[in-house]
Every structure is written in structure tokens, then in C-alpha cells.
Design a protein around this ligand. Structure first.
Ligand code: ASP
Length: 304
């Protein structure tokens, strides 16, 4: 049975000094998810494991290192969707939770719903999910960038993952700190099924990233899945979805896709988007910081 995993580290600009950290982080996440799938574990566990790695890495705008809102605080959103039952769980505007994806996962396992702010935090604490003082998630670099906002070049970089397990199930997850200097309480696409993610065992799985205010009106993740449902290869479906966003609204975006056959696709209209993936035909993850201009030294295992 084919297994596959793809992760992204956000549609954004990646400056030269951040390339290595993005590559390392995405590779580590893909490997963590792969380790689960390889042992016959579920796509749910693989997506959660991969996203937890990215949420622990201050290179990415999720969990520790998330971008700060106008109040100078970390406030995060995350969601997960299970393609076998169309189950889902989501949290938004949450503080003091190290792994928002795990809260979303717990919600999905219990009863699909979107919990926000204190309600999500109470749920997390009640279920023994690791909590921390909200200040603990503020990384030095984000704090500095917040204080000197005009110097920020790198866009915030949401994370996401799609996995196909040996049982043929597809799961998608996305986790974000939102957009830099966002209003407290602002929620983008990440927590919204159809926009920030979608998974349907019969069609495929998708995680998106970019400007939430542009992704929401074009329902980007479901749009990409609809192209898969028309029989398009994930590469084409991803490109068509991003193109359809670009044609209708102004904004940066990216998406990653896997179809039920384990074929991979991804596209972005941002300057860069870090991506790592592995399929059954590969012996290690392939990693990229943008669609073109692949460095053969780094990406030796790319057989795509
Ligand atoms: N989509 C996220 C949001 O709008 C941000 C991002 O992906 O960079 O909250």
C-alpha cells in the first residue's frame, strides 16, 4: 500500500540566511510523520507528529515562534481534518498552548467543532494537553521584529501537512500564528475547513497557507480538492487552485496536495514556500524552498 506525506512551512519570502533552517525544519517534520506511517500508523498521528515538530521550531509561524499580534502576544489557530469520516477539529485565537494541532486533534476525536480563546484553552487543560505561560511562546526574533516592524522582510510562515496512510486514509492539518501584527482576535483561514485545509478519502487532502483574507473568499483548500475530483493530477490541481485565487483576489498563497493514489502536488504564488515530502518510491524526503530553482546538492533524493 502506498504511503505519502507532504509538509509546508508557509507561503512567504525566505531570506538566504533562513533557507537552511526552513529546509531542516520541514525535513524533520516530514521524517517524524513518515516514521509514524512507516510503522503502519494512522495519517492522523502522522499529521499531528509532523506539525508538532514545526510548532516546536521557532523558524515557523506556529506554536513557539509564532508571529505577534498588535498586543505583542502569540495567538494561534490550528485545524485537522480526517478524510475517512470528514471529521474535523479546530481552535482559534488560543494562547498558552504549546501544540495547538494536538488540541484540534483532541477536539476532532471527541466531537467536531471550532473552539476559540478561553474555551479552547480550558478544553486543552482539561484533556491534559501541555499548557505554558503565554509568554513562553514568544521567540526572541519575533519579539524583536515586532518592536522594529518596518525591518521585517520574511513573511510569517504557517505550517501544514497532508498524509496518506497504509489504510488509504488521507488527513490534512494546518497550524498558524496568523499574520504579523494582526488584531487581537483576528482569525484567518487556517481554522476553517475548506479554506485552510480539506481532506476527503475519495478525493484527496490539502493544506494551504498565505493571506487568510484572500484564501477565505476563494475557499482555497476545497477548490484544490474539487480540481482533484475532476481527475487532475495534484500538481495541476495545486497550480489551478493558486491560479484561481490569483485571478480573483490579491494575495499570497500556497497549497500542498496528496490524492488517494499517493501522488503529490504543490504550488504557490509567493516568492518562496518551504516544502518537504516523501512517498513510497523515495528513500528520504525531498525538500524545497520554492517551486523552481531546485538545488541538486540538497535535493538529491527528489524523484518527482
Ligand atoms: N493563512 C494564515 C492566516 O491568514 C497566515 C499564513 O499562512 O501565513 O492566518
Amino acid at each position: 500500500m502506498t504511503i505519502a506525506i507532504i509538509v509546508h512551512g508557509g507561503a512567504k519570502t525566505i531570506t538566504e540566511e533562513k533557507v537552511e533552517a526552513n529546509n531542516k525544519g520541514c525535513t524533520a517534520a516530514a521524517e517524524a510523520g513518515w516514521a509514524v506511517l512507516e510503522k503502519g500508523g494512522s495519517a492522523k498521528d502522522a499529521v499531528e507528529a509532523a506539525i508538532r515538530v514545526l510548532e516546536s521550531d521557532p523558524t515557523f509561524n506556529a506554536g513557539l515562534g509564532a508571529t505577534l499580534n498588535k498586543q505583542g502576544e502569540v495567538e494561534v489557530d490550528a485545524a485537522i481534518m480526517d478524510g475517512s469520516k470528514l471529521g474535523w477539529g479546530a481552535v482559534a485565537a488560543v494562547q498558552g498552548v504549546r501544540h495547538p494541532i494536538s488540541v484540534a486533534r483532541k477536539i476532532m476525536d471527541e466531537k467536531p467543532r471550532l473552539l476559540v480563546a478561553e474555551s479552547a484553552e480550558r478544553f486543552a487543560a482539561k484533556h491534559g494537553i501541555e499548557m505554558c505561560p503565554k509568554e513562553d511562546l514568544v521567540a526572541d526574533e519575533q519579539e524583536k521584529q515586532w518592536e522594529e516592524q518596518e525591518k521585517v522582510i520574511d513573511r510569517p510562515n504557517t505550517v501544514g501537512c497532508v498524509a496518506l496512510d497504509a489504510d488509504g486514509n488521507l488527513v490534512a492539518g494546518t497550524s498558524t500564528g496568523g499574520t504579523a501584527n494582526q488584531d487581537a482576535g483576528r482569525v484567518g483561514d487556517t481554522a476553517l475547513v475548506g479554506c485552510g485545509l480539506y481532506a476527503d478519502i475519495e478525493k484527496g487532502g490539502c493544506s494551504t497557507t498565505g493571506d487568510g483574507e484572500s484564501i477565505i473568499p476563494v475557499v482555497l483548500a476545497k477548490t484544490a480538492i474539487d480540481f482533484l475530483a475532476q481527475g487532475k493530477h495534484p500538481e495541476q490541481a495545486a497550480q489551478m487552485a493558486i491560479q484561481s485565487l490569483t485571478e480573483r483576489v490579491v494575495g499570497e498563497a500556497g497549497c500542498i496536495l496528496i490524492n488517494p493514489k499517493g501522488e503529490i502536488g504543490w504550488a504557490h504564488n509567493s516568492t518562496e514556500m518551504a516544502v518537504a515530502y516523501r512517498t513510497s518510491e523515495m528513500d528520504k524526503p525531498a525538500v524545497f524552498t520554492k517551486k523552481e530553482g531546485v538545488d541538486p546538492k540538497v535535493y538529491a533524493s527528489n524523484r518527482h
